[in-house]
Design a protein around this ligand. Structure first.
Ligand code: 4NP
Length: 157
């Protein structure tokens, strides 16, 4: 079993979208018994909330359903998950600060590292912007999720 955790700031836009996209790809590949996933935020501000309505709408337009409820990342997550994918440089730094050993650190990877098409270092925070920002999040995450799945299938992770 490979267990993947997607992490952004609020856990209402980017990481719920990553989780929803990855969920569909895992399901379509018939790998639900081998790969599990969840998402979390580095802040608890939106705890218990579903994904942002704008993010849900953009995901729905591409055939994905976002089912997550916002939660903050916790120390136990470093034991529960094998791969922790962070959405931007701030998330990467904040998550690394929570780690206490090299094994935990090695699990933390920038989501954009998996991109094949997009040459970016961050999945940009869409929260205060317009539709273009949400579309870009979907574009980058579809690219990254697809390669993340391939990496797991090829046992590179
Ligand atoms: P996310 O987006 O990190 O992709 O979930 C944000 C959600 C909430 C806030 C900022 C970004 N906020 O400032 O409340």
């Amino acid at each position: 079993m490979k267990r993947v955790l997607f992490v952004c700031l609020g856990n209402i836009c980017r990481s719920p979208a990553a989780e929803g996209i990855f969920a569909k790809m895992v399901k379509d590949a018939n790998l639900e018994n081998l790969i599990s996933y969840d998402s979390a935020g580095t802040i608890a501000h939106h705890r218990g909330e579903p994904a942002d309505g704008r993010m849900q709408e953009h995901a729905k337009q591409r055939g994905y359903e976002l089912l997550s409820r916002s939660r903050k990342i916790e120390l136990l997550d470093f034991d529960k998950f094998d791969i922790i994918c962070t959405m931007d440089t701030n998330n990467f730094r904040d998550v690394l600060e929570l780690t206490s050993n090299e094994q935990q650190k090695s699990k933390v990877v920038p989501m954009t590292q998996f991109c094949k098409i997009h040459e970016v270092t961050d999945v940009p925070d869409p929260y205060y912007g317009g539709d273009d920002g949400f579309r870009l999040v979907m574009d980058i995450l579809e690219d990254a999720c697809s390669e993340l799945l391939i990496s797991i299938q090829h046992e590179k992770l």
